[in-house]
Design a protein around this ligand. Structure first.
Ligand code: GBH
Length: 486
């Protein structure tokens, strides 16, 4: 699996004292006879490719009771005994609310071109609707200013799952009013930040927060019957559509609007024309309740047929709003959905991952680098998308801090190199991927898994809040500096 660069790297690693931040230049400095650093990277990305990293409000901010923030469903949920591994909560998390300047310096040291963060709705509207709380928005003004001073473009997500508890008390995403409330909030934030933020994403991973109404793992932890879940899903896509319209109505001209969606990235099991055609069919149908309805403005016949009597209730006006054209599409891609051609009317079948399938520390995180090729390629083809970002990609690991203060996360480096190689394959063919956001800048609150599963390229000691760059941070810094993989 290791390519030439990595063998060289690891050979050197074995012989070198350590990958200390200073020693790291050792990795970057070519030994005599090797390619000079000024030579173009062997697997170069297009000029101006936006290398970024991502986090989300509840996962990093902490400061849950400060400056008038209202409670969110994740505050409530994480305080229910037994819901989160080790009884963890996001009360303090990475204390990013107070340490954002230091964190922007981490980004700067990496050479990030862009950073994706999310706004906590209950900071801005503590009750979800009604009177805004200026102190809450001030934090994002400070953060955006700090990013711009460091020459890092802010990409802003408006909803990364921290619904104001006051709205949940009135039905949350079961209620259509929540979709309207979201649009109001989104328009308000865009109005105030769009003089400096040029890219907004409405919702992060609709299927993930919709799952909070179908299973006990995510907030609010309800288990509704299928009709209820389908209605929640409809309200999610409706919130997106109304949000796009509200942002356009209130933002400065030139503001771009999209979303960050974990559409299943369908991968043909074998790269032959028949399996590729099956993967394209699957990509539309598997994502019918989310990305497909947003891109097409209608539910597919098969989706409605599958739902039968449990289909969501909707109006023509809803569908028009949902299908409001977006400026870009963000794809969060971690795992592949393998597909094969078959003779069924659908023309495809999904292949579940065998028990033995390689995965990262999170059991769901199956490793399939081709997802980063086929995901954006098929999406661009099917919906004629002109601007795509990989809004998340990354890996969880055990990440042991060695006594000499290093984290040699060779598993994450291998994961990233293999995925980025497939992304390179896509952009080389002209798939319009403009940027990539690595999840995550630093270890953080991993929802139901608490702080046990680490996704960062910076190690965080949650007792001291010390951040330490892992080997993957040094790897990523090299990728960014060379705008390529070797
Ligand atoms: C993203 O979710 C999130 O946007 C981000 O906040 C998160 O930290 C990151 O990825 C890493 O997880 O546990 O079997 O019920 C990734 C997609 C969808 C994966 C929900 C986990 C739950 C599977 N996630 N899924 S299970």
């Amino acid at each position: 699996m290791l390519n030439r660069f990595s063998r060289r790297t690891f050979a050197r690693l074995l012989g070198s004292a350590a990958l200390a931040p200073t020693a790291l230049t050792t990795i970057a400095t070519p030994a005599s006879g090797e390619v000079a650093p000024s030579a173009p990277a062997a697997r170069a990305f297009p000029k101006g490719f936006l290398w970024g990293s991502a986090t989300a409000s509840y996962q990093v901010e902490g400061a849950v009771n400060e400056d008038g923030r209202g409670p969110s469903i994740w505050d409530t949920f994480s305080h229910i005994p037994g819901k989160i591994k080790n009884g963890d909560t996001g009360d303090v998390a990475n204390d990013h609310y107070h340490r954002y300047k230091e964190d922007v310096q981490l980004m700067k040291a990496l050479g990030l071109k862009t950073y994706r963060f999310s706004v906590a709705w209950p900071r801005v509207f503590p009750q979800g609707t009604g009177t805004p709380n200026p102190k809450g928005l001030d934090f994002y003004h400070r953060l955006v200013d700090e990013l711009l001073a460091a020459d890092i473009q802010p990409y802003c997500t408006l909803y990364h799952w921290d619904l104001p508890q006051a709205l949940e008390d009135k039905g949350g995403w079961q209620s259509r009013d929540t979709s309207e409330a979201f649009a109001n909030y989104a328009g308000y934030v865009a109005e105030h930040l769009s003089d400096r933020v040029k890219h907004f994403m409405t919702l992060n991973e609709m299927s993930s927060f919709v799952s909070g109404y179908a299973s006990p793992r995510h907030a609010p932890g309800l288990t509704l019957p299928p009709a209820g879940v389908n209605q929640v899903r409809h309200h999610a896509v409706l919130a997106h559509g109304l949000g796009v319209q509200a942002i356009r109505a209130h933002a400065k001209p030139g503001t771009k609007v999209g979303l960050a969606e974990n559409a299943s990235a369908c991968v043909p099991i074998i790269e032959t024309p028949e399996h590729i055609a099956a993967a394209a069919k699957a990509m539309r149908e598997v994502n019918a309740g989310y990305l497909t309805v947003i891109m097409e403005g209608r539910y597919t016949d098969a989706y409605l047929a599958r739902a039968g009597a449990d289909a969501p209730k909707f109006t023509d006006a809803d569908m028009k709003a949902i299908g409001t054209p977006v400026d870009f599409v963000g794809l969060n891609i971690y795992t592949p959905t393998y597909v094969r051609a078959d003779d069924s009317p659908a023309g495809f079948a999904r292949i579940p991952s065998p028990e033995s399938y390689p995965h990262m520390m999170s059991p769901w995180l199956h490793v399939g680098p081709e997802a980063l090729y086929w995901g954006p390629k098929l999406a661009a083809q099917i919906w004629n998308i002109k601007e795509i970002y990989i809004t998340e990609n990354g890996a969880s690991s055990t990440d042991v801090l060695t006594p000499d203060g290093h984290v040699y996360d060779s598993d994450r480096v291998m994961y990233l190199r293999n995925y980025l190689t497939q992304l390179h394959r896509a952009v080389s063919e002209g798939v319009p991927v403009r940027g990539y956001f690595l999840w995550s800048l630093m270890d953080n609150f991993e929802w139901a898994d608490g702080y046990a599963y680490r996704f960062g390229i910076h190690y965080v000691d949650f007792a001291t809040q010390k951040r330490t760059p892992k080997t993957s941070a040094h790897f990523y810094r090299e990728v960014i500096a060379r705008n390529g993989l070797a």
